[in-house]
Design a protein around this ligand. Structure first.
Ligand code: NDP
Length: 234
């Protein structure tokens, strides 16, 4: 039985690398794309399926999940990867509208998609949810004055990822006695558009810990927050 994965925001960057790496493991990796033309361009050269999926559009999310059900009958892996930021700004100069917009994708979109696919994940013998979080959502790291992240403040983005971390734990608790495992992963500082090309890692290197958590065996953990180097403080 082929493993079926759905990756949100998989037209470029880490999401696209994730889909390609999963496909190398024999997974049917569905490219979720808010723009169908971009989805086709990202999927077809790699022989991958794609589906229209804007995580901020509830009707579109439902339609995408119905398509997955028609095509595959179940889902084994959900990678909640789609994410946005408007860059660093201190809390005192951050507009509420900016926070709302970031949360629409990074927080509410995750809940929308996860709840919509859960019935399909429950049909899998080994459902996996991987939430692509960030070290910038770690409250433990944020309060460490010796850490390189100390000077960086981004109210909207960092708090959205902190919320995503608690969302991860909340689903992991509800699904504790099921085969479904839910984990949060920080990909590291990756050279993608979100960083305007800055970063230490390639998209493939950033995707590697996500793929690892997507393909966790039955004894793997649930309710954790990890990066390549190991566990992260919440
Ligand atoms: P990119 O900006 O390269 O890619 C973002 C992806 O998200 C694009 O495919 C984009 O689609 C998609 N997207 C944005 N909004 C939506 C939406 N509403 N619905 C569906 N898809 C959407 O960024 P990265 O690849 O770097 O980021 C991927 C994830 O990794 C994000 O969650 C980010 O927060 C996280 N992350 C990244 C780090 C880094 O250093 N790069 C570090 C820590 C975490 P489109 O092409 O249509 O715009």
């Amino acid at each position: 039985m082929t493993t079926v994965a759905l990756i949100t925001g998989a037209t470029r960057g880490i999401g696209h690398a994730c889909a390609r790496l999963l496909a190398e493991h024999g997974v049917t990796a569905v490219i979720g794309a808010r723009d169908p033309a971009a989805g086709r361009a990202a999927a077809e050269p790699h022989g991958l399926p794609h589906v229209r999926l804007d995580v901020t559009d509830p009707a579109g999310v439902r339609a995408a999940v119905e398509w997955v059900e028609r095509e595959f009958g179940r889902l084994d892996v959900l990678v909640n990867n789609a994410g946005i930021t408007f860059g660093d700004s201190p809390p005192s100069t951050t507009a509420v509208q900016e926070v709302r917009q970031v949360y629409e994708t990074n927080v509410f979109g995750v809940v929308e998609v996860t709840n919509a696919v859960l019935p399909l994940l429950r049909r899998s013998p080994a459902g996996r949810v991987v939430n692509v979080s960030s070290e910038r959502g770690s409250i433990g790291r944020a309060l460490d004055r010796t850490h390189p992240l100390w000077p960086m403040v981004n109210l909207a983005y960092s708090s959205s990822k902190a919320a995503l971390n608690m969302i991860t734990v909340s689903y992991a608790k509800e699904l504790w006695d099921t085969p479904i495992k839910v984990n949060a992963v920080d990909p590291g500082w990756v050279k993608t558009d979100i960083n305007h090309g800055a970063g230490m890692k390639t998209a493939e290197e950033g995707a590697a810990p996500i793929v690892r958590m997507a393909l966790l065996g039955p004894d793997g953990p649930t309710g954790t927050f990890v990066q390549d180097e190991g566990p992260l403080p919440w």
